[in-house]
Structure formats: structure tokens, C-alpha cells
Design a protein around this ligand. Structure first.
Ligand SMILES: [Zn+2]
Length: 460
């Protein structure tokens, strides 16, 4: 099946044509592990999961690399504040990050390299850029001369008049009107970790990390590069400049960026009090699948306005669909056959998904199925219509992973809550508490079976 996606570079929706047969090589900018991920970060990772699952559903193989930035200004600063080693800080938050990824049922990338373990490739790239006169040394650091790369600015559509070649920029994140020569290698400073190289003692800038890791694990050219829109400039612009001048040709075919998440219509910030991590939402009692569905439910090219009301609505949607599926199991058989309409709506769900991941329309087709079935009344539907509906939902759930489609016995709410509490304890690696709850449930006559992303509860 062909999949279309919006390419930031060409500003067009394009059909994805893999370089190698059926294999899609994808690089996803990963986390800088200096704090808990906030829901804005997590929306991006859920989008990448949706993209990957869509490509897999369309029949492609996907090899995905996601970096872990475990050395950078923010990590070093925070580690120094806490008087701990920067590696220890990075390890701690990396663990929390992967816990969140698991909780949101995000597929693990095939490879998750760490920046600190990829220094030799960064050195290789910087050395070549120095040799070819694209990079230069100044006061112990190495900078990229943006004047030497004629296409600088092509991704973020920078006006060439805005460029200031010769002005060296030492920080990793900066605004467009400060676009000068960016830093590839930062000369050694007091209280900072460092590596020894031929061109000086110091540490890598942020942008070179991704050029090095994508080159090492995906080669000189690959299919898709993902990131949040905030990474278009300067991070991805600089990545293109580094990689293309190092390899001598185009390195990425499709640049894919997901939009921001707003909270209550505003940019999320700690000072506005609208800043959430996944743990915050769990502590408010929201189930993780409601969070996943909410992140999935807006198109990736539109801003997602996160509200608690919206999260409650997602929770309700899941509850309603789960109940609908249970009524489907327990209803009697009738004579009305809607199999054809169901097949058509199911097909449309995927057609929309394959067309630039238009999940909003896909979800609308899913709700159309529920409405159509309810209109006819479930007892009037033929058995085959109902099994078509179930099959459709099973396929939708391979992408969404938020519904419970197993036929369930009637489990009292208090038992279900206990089981959920145990699942969350397991996710938080509180195995002692999880075991206590399991024993309690066994004593009450219930068995829990753990699946990869979920659990099943049934009567003994
Ligand atoms: Zn990156």
C-alpha cells in the first residue's frame, strides 16, 4: 500500500518511495535526558509510533534509530547544580523516559544509540569538514561556516539576507535572526566533561550528534527523519548542512515534523502552572490509554490543544467503545446484514491513515461503524455483520491500542480498579506492591494475566 506524508523540505504531501525495496529507514530525534518528559514531548513520540505502525500496516519493514542525547548544556548544568555526575543524571532520566514510552505503548526503536558512545563518528565528520574548509577552529572550539554551504536555510526557508556567516554561535538552541556559524565542537570549560581529539579537547555540540548517529546506523542516505516542529531550526537545518557537506549529497528524503501541543490554549510552561508529565496525569486518576488516544486524535500537522476536559472525553470514548464491543458479544442474532458497509468503512479508515496520517478522518469512520450498528440495533444484526465489526475493531486497535476487545465476564468495578492499580505499580517497577495486590485478587477469586501492553482479568 502506498503511504503519503508531508515533507517539510518540499512543502508537499508526497508518496513515500523507500530507497531499498520494502524497507523504510527512519531516524527520530530522541530525548535529551535531563528531566521528566512533558506531555508535549510525549505527543511527538506517540505520533512517531502512529507513523511507524501505519508504515508497518501498509506492509513495509521499518528500521528506526532514535538517539539518546546524554550530553548537552542542560544535562551538564543540572548535574553540576545537583553535584552529581552528568552520566548519573542522564541515566536516571533515560530510565524514566523509557518507562513513559512503555506506558504509552510506543514501539521501541530498533536502535537507541547514546551520544557519549558515538564520539568517534562525530570526530570523523568534524575532521572532514575541517579538512575541506567548511569548518574552522576558533578559541578552542570548532564552528561550521554557513557561508560555505549554498543551500543553508532550505529546510526552515530562511531568507539568505538573514544569514550572518562569520558570527559564531556557541549555544545549541537559538532564533532564526541569530543564524550564524554554529558550533560543532565546544572547547573544554571548567566543570565540564570532555573528550580528547586531534582538533582539540572538548565535547560535541548538539547538532553533530544526530548527523553522526544517523550516518553510522542508517548510512549515507535514508528515508524519513522525524522531529517536532521546534527542531526545524536550528537543529535540523544544521544537521542537513553537516550531513550533506560530509557525504557530498542529499542524505534524507522525507523530513517529517509534528506540531506543538498547547495546554488550555497556551504554550505549556512551569510558571503558568499548565505543565504536565505523564505521572501528573496518572496521579489525577486518568488511565494511560485515554492519554494515548488524546495524543492520537489530532492530526500531526495541527496543534493539539490539551485540556482535562478533552482527556475526560477520550476516557469516555474508550469506555463507550469497550461497552459497545461487550454488547456486541452478548446480543442475539438477527437478519439485517451490514457487512458490506462495515467493510467499506474499515477500508476508509486505512485509506485516510495512509493519506498523510489523517487520523481524524480515520477515527470518524470508526465512529460511523458504531453509529450504524447502534441505529440498526445489535439484536437485529446478522452474526457475520457482528464478526465483521469485531474484526474491524481488532485491526483499528493494532494501530490505536486503546480498546479492550476481549469478551469479558462481568468484573465488578472494585476488582477492575485493583487490577489497574496493580498494572500501574508494575509499570512503576513497584513489584512488591503489585504482588500484594495480585495475592489479594487471587484470594477474591480472580486471575490476572499480563500481556505485553495490557492485562486480562478473569474469574478463577
Ligand atoms: Zn536530533
Amino acid at each position: 500500500m502506498e503511504v503519503k506524508i508531508y515533507n517539510t523540505l518540499t512543502e508537499k504531501v508526497e508518496e513515500i518511495k523507500p530507497i531499498e525495496d520494502n524497507l523504510i529507514k527512519m531516524y527520530s530525534c530522541g530525548p535529551t535526558v535531563y528531566d521528566f518528559a512533558h506531555i508535549g514531548n510525549l505527543r511527538y513520540f506517540v505520533f512517531v509510533d502512529l507513523l511507524k505502525r501505519t508504515l508497518l500496516k501498509a506492509g513495509y519493514k521499518v528500521f528506526q534509530v532514535m538517539n539518546i542525547t546524554d550530553i548537552d548544556d542542560k544535562i551538564i548544568q543540572r548535574a553540576n547544580e545537583r553535584k552529581i555526575d552528568y552520566k548519573e543524571l542522564a541515566k536516571t532520566y533515560e530510565k524514566y523516559f523509557f518507562d513513559d514510552i512503555k506506558k504509552l505503548k510506543i514501539l521501541m526503536p530498533e536502535k537507541t544509540p547514546h551520544a557519549t558512545e558515538e564520539i568517534p563518528t562525530m570526530v570523523e565528520i568534524i575532521s572532514k569538514l575541517l579538512k575541506s574548509g567548511i569548518a574552522y577552529k576558533k578559541a578552542g572550539s570548532v564552528y561550521y561556516n554557513i557561508g560555505k554551504y549554498a543551500e543553508y536555510g532550505k529546510l526552515s526557508k530562511l531568507d539568505r539576507r538573514e544569514l550572518r556567516p562569520g558570527a559564531s554561535v556557541d549555544i545549541d538552541s537559538y532564533e532564526k535572526d541569530n543564524s550564524g556559524d554554529f558550533v560543532l565542537w565546544k572547547g573544554k570549560k571548567e566543570n565540564e566533561p570532555f573528550f580528547e581529539t586531534d582538533f582539540g579537547v572538548g565535547r560535541p555540540g548538539w547538532h553533530i550528534e544526530c548527523s553522526a548517529m544517523s550516518y553510522r546506523y542508517l548510512g549515507e542516505q535514508f528515508d524519513i527523519h522525524t522531529g517536532g516542529v521546534d527542531l526545524i531550526f536550528p537543529h535540523h537545518e544544521n544537521e542537513i548542512a553537516q550531513s550533506e557537506m560530509f557525504c557530498g549529497h542529499k542524505t534524507v528524503n522525507y523530513w517529517v515534523h509534528s506540531e506543538h501541543l498547547l495546554v488550555d490554549g497556551k504554550k505549556m510552561s512551569k510558571s503558568l502552572g499548565n505543565f504536565y508529565t505523564l505521572k501528573d496525569l496518572q496521579e489525577k486518576g486518568f488511565p494511560l490509554n485515554a492519554v494515548r488516544l488524546l495524543f492520537l486524535s489530532a492530526h500531526y500537522k495541527t496543534q493539539l490543544n490539551f485540556t482535562i476536559k478533552g482527556l475526560k472525553a477520550s476516557e469516555n470514548t474508550i469506555k463507550n467503545i469497550n461497552e459497545f464491543i461487550q454488547r456486541l458479544y452478548s446480543s442475539g442474532d438477527g437478519k439485517k446484514d451490514i457487512s458490506e458497509s462495515i467493510a467499506h468503512l474499515k477500508e476508509e479508515f486505512f485509506t485516510h491513515l495512509f493519506n498523510n496520517i489523517d487520523i481524524v478522518k480515520s477515527l470518524a469512520r470508526m465512529h460511523d461503524i458504531v453509529n450504524l450498528a447502534n441505529k440498526t440495533e445489535l439484536d437485529n444484526l446478522t452474526r457475520s455483520s457482528k464478526s465483521k465489526i469485531l474484526d474491524a475493531f481488532k485491526e483499528f486497535n493494532e494501530i490505536l491500542l486503546v480498546f479492550n476487545l476481549e469478551k469479558s465476564e462481568i468484573i465488578p468495578q472494585e476488582i477492575r480498579s485493583l487490577a489497574e492499580e496493580r498494572w500501574n505499580a508494575r509499570q512503576d517497577r513497584d513489584f512488591e506492591r503489585a504482588d500484594d495486590i495480585r495475592n489479594k485478587l487471587t484470594a477474591l477469586g480472580y486471575i490476572i494475566e499480563d500481556k505485553k501492553d495490557d492485562f486480562i482479568i478473569r474469574k478463577k
